[in-house]
Design a protein around this ligand. Structure first.
Ligand code: GDP
Length: 205
């Protein structure tokens, strides 16, 4: 992660996906969960993933790759980060939810180079109904995923391990869930190094 990343493409439909190349990890979460902040924190670049996107506006998979990445034989890690469109806006019209589900499910089912999805959950809210629906989608697509708690600085310190355990218990029977929950705070830069380590392990580095 110690190199610049660039945005290469926003993908509104499957036909706009870049050709399969580097391994990918993707990030999903309800709108406002702190996804942009987490991606920016991971790469150490404040403006990479735009923070505070207007809810519901961007229904695109946003692709980020190491700057200068040129394929095989490169020193840079051969991977792409994919920022998935947020979900769970109360006022989202049904067509928008359907479009989201179609894009995401097509992507999950059709992308051989996708190694894992990190599903972000706000520490203050825990798993909500629409998070559960997304986990079911991931289970159905048989794509490995890991839960990442965000904004842990917003809850009391002793509440964090408790929330980790409760969340683990809730996903215990889910077939595609990775049985470890990460706790992060982009604000305090906590848990980011652990997440970087998980990502590198996932893509075999
Ligand atoms: P996104 O919609 O999921 O991309 O969320 P953003 O990254 O734009 O963050 C939504 C809001 O939560 C913003 O006001 C951020 O400043 C705030 N936020 C994000 N991460 C953290 C965090 O770790 N701690 C705290 N306290 N606030 C955060």
């Amino acid at each position: 992660f110690g190199h610049p990343w660039i945005f290469i493409r926003g993908v509104p439909a499957m036909k706009f996906l870049p050709p399969e190349g580097p391994l990918e990890v993707a990030f999903a979460g309800r709108s406002n969960v702190g996804k942009s902040s987490l991606i920016n924190g991971l790469v150490g670049q404040k403006g990479l993933a735009r923070t505070s996107n207007t809810p519901g506006r961007t229904q695109e998979l946003n692709y980020f790759v190491p700057d200068g990445y040129s394929g095989e034989g490169d020193d840079l890690p051969p991977m792409a980060l994919v920022d998935m469109p947020g979900y769970g806006y109360a006022q989202a019209p049904k067509e928008q939810v359907d479009a989201w589900t179609k894009l995401v499910f097509d992507y999950l089912r059709g992308r051989a180079t996708l190694k894992r999805v990190y599903v972000l959950i706000d520490s203050r809210h825990g798993l909500k109904k629409n998070d559960d629906e997304v986990l079911s989608l991931l289970d159905k697509a048989a794509v490995s995923y890991q839960i990442v708690l965000t904004k842990t600085d917003k809850i009391k310190v002793p509440a964090v391990p408790k929330l980790v355990d409760e969340t683990l218990e809730k996903i215990r029977k889910r077939p595609a869930a990775y049985p470890e929950v990460l706790a992060t705070s982009s604000e305090k830069s906590e848990g980011l190094e652990a997440l970087r380590g998980e990502i590198l392990k996932t893509i075999g580095r």
